[in-house]
Design a protein around this ligand. Structure first.
Ligand code: ZN
Length: 234
């Protein structure tokens, strides 16, 4: 194989590795964002579970105050009953008292209901907290691994780029230029093998004259269909 083609093959290998690493590098911020999103979703679930516990408590406290208020009123009505001499007023107060007592029973039923709910909500919050703690540990771990990967990729890229620059210095300028243009245009490979008269870049058969040129290592030969540089397989 021609030395310049051989050099291009090594260069191409580095170029492909660099490209793959750069693609990988682009995915890191997205992965990081997705992990952070999972963590904040878990945090939001925990916050929601806690807010349910809190509002249950507030509601219960409100009912308690309501009951207390009504009891105070009943006591006041009873005092008024003891002080009155009018039958009508006495009966009216009895009705008021009965009315308030019924209200208190209703409020206490509600309180009981809320207390049962409170147990459930507290269990829900405890589960959400355990889940969040687990998620936090796991995500912290994954983020650390991702960061280590990103660092390794970065240093590997720097190595490859330095190597690439050194290799490129050994290839003639016009050949390098052609290689660069082809690699940028094709995206996958600029230098491909010719196998059984078929270009392995576009998988088309090439004319016999081209086959001879490649087999004879006569200069840089390009595929007439796709333009990629061809080399023979020994
Ligand atoms: Zn081709």
């Amino acid at each position: 194989m021609r030395a310049d083609v051989q050099a291009l093959l090594v260069l191409q290998d580095r170029e492909q590795k660099i490209k793959a690493l750069q693609t990988q590098q682009k995915s890191y911020p997205l992965e990081k964002k997705s992990l952070e999103g999972k963590l904040s979703a878990s945090r939001a679930l925990l916050d929601h579970a806690r807010s349910l516990v809190k509002s249950n408590e507030v509601e219960r406290r409100k009912l308690e105050l309501d009951v207390e208020g009504k009891r105070t009123s009943i006591n006041r009505f009873k005092t008024q009953q003891q002080q009155t001499r009018k039958n009508e007023e006495y009966t009216g107060l009895t009705k008021e008292i009965e009315h308030f007592e019924a209200d208190i029973r209703g409020l206490e039923d509600k309180e009981l209901e809320l207390m049962e709910q409170a147990e459930q909500l507290q269990r829900g919050a405890a589960t959400a907290e355990a889940e969040f703690n687990k998620t936090q540990v796991s995500i912290k771990d994954q983020l650390a691994r991702l960061e280590a990967q990103a660092k390794a990729t970065e240093s590997r890229l720097a190595e490859l780029q330095a190597d690439h620059a050194k290799l490129a210095a050994d290839v003639p300028e016009d050949t390098l230029d052609l290689f660069r243009r082809l690699f940028a245009k094709k995206g996958d490979a600029a230098v491909v093998p010719l196998e059984a008269e078929i270009c392995q870049g576009c998988h088309m058969k090439v004319p016999t004259q081209i086959v001879f040129q490649v087999r004879g290592d006569q200069g840089i030969t390009q595929c007439p269909q796709c333009g990629r540089i061809l080399y023979r397989v020994i």
